[in-house]
Write a protein that binds this ligand. Sequence first.
Ligand code: FES
Ligand SMILES: [Fe+2]
Length: 412
Amino acid sequence: MTVRELLSLYQPGHSLPRALYLDPEIYQRELDAIWRRGWLFAGHSCEIPRPGDYFLYEVDTDSILVVRTESGVLAAHHNVCRHRGSLVVTAKAGRARRLVCPYHQWTYGLDGALLTCRGMPAGLDKSAYGLKPVHVREVAGLIFLSLADAPLDFAPAQQVLEPMARPQGLDRARIAHAADYAVQANWKIVWENNRECYHCNACHPQYVKANFDRYDADQLSAEVERQIAAATERSRARWEAQGLLAAPAHAGLYRFPDAAHNLWCSANRTALVEGYVTESLDGRPVAPLMGDYADADVGTLRMRTLPNFWCHASGDHAVTTRLTPAGPRLTSIRVTWLVNAEAREGRDYALDALLPFWQLTSEQDWEICERVQRGVDSRAYQPGPLSPGKEYNVDEFLRWTIHQLTHSAAPL
Ligand code: FES
Ligand SMILES: [Fe+2]
């Protein structure tokens, strides 16, 4: 079947046809239409605070070097030597004054300009052989890249994320821990699972103690409604005093994405369950306050951008998740825990208190996704119906994805 025929098998309101999770041509089209078109979360500006600090982000066959230049601004370059194509940098992260290709020592500045190429004719126009640039933007300490020639408008991220994320101080944070996972599941299965809490009661014993979004509208009892109203009331005055923007606490998962309007980012702050001021196992703070916060009870700040980022932040720490497809059945996932830049391990926080909430919840999710992939691999799999009351975001995510694949620049 052609890609067009495979896409036409999709029935809104259902999980995807089997081939859309497995077919190499569909996967390739996703790379072109989604991953090489949208803005990808790459990492945190606090990972590379000083001139010369860099890290690599590898997406499909591309290796991208994200670096802070001499003047302190961020730059991103294709990590491909303009001589005969060697990778220039091989360490995943580090610090350098110059970028020296290990093959014949062509040497580039941090801004990507070719500085020396000993052995080449004197007349070589060095200005024509700089490292190829990659579009890069920072919003409130979050670094995004675009591999597109003409990137999508970044303004929605500035407008939506900046005011919500600014008080969290992610630009003034330190990485307390990062965990890399190779999850044996298609990247869309990982997103589908992220976009519903239908599974939360059965699969996330820690998460459900702290959060209201496990209650969908069809599960609201008078008692739960009272608890949500009380949490909203408790929070409103404290948040207003800190100048924090908030959405009212509500039942069910916050609505995202919005396929009809092609929204690729969103952010909201909601209250946690009574007794929880942070997403830790017992609800008590596990690190000093971050950013501009003056009060530990800031609820939970949630942000997500398609196709590869989400964040759960509390007053004392933040946890970001970055997805990278590594094949139709494999997704590389990095989960990063951030705390106040001044906080010191052992003095101000302990990893065994900071990590478990999102480590357990994330790993529970990865296991779910791998089980789904195994089932989808089976010839017996066929698309199943989504619950309108519980899986509305899964439906929107799939509509968004199909829209990207059918409206990409490349003809079907
Ligand atoms: S390939 Fe880089 S200097 Fe030759
Ligand atoms: Fe989950």
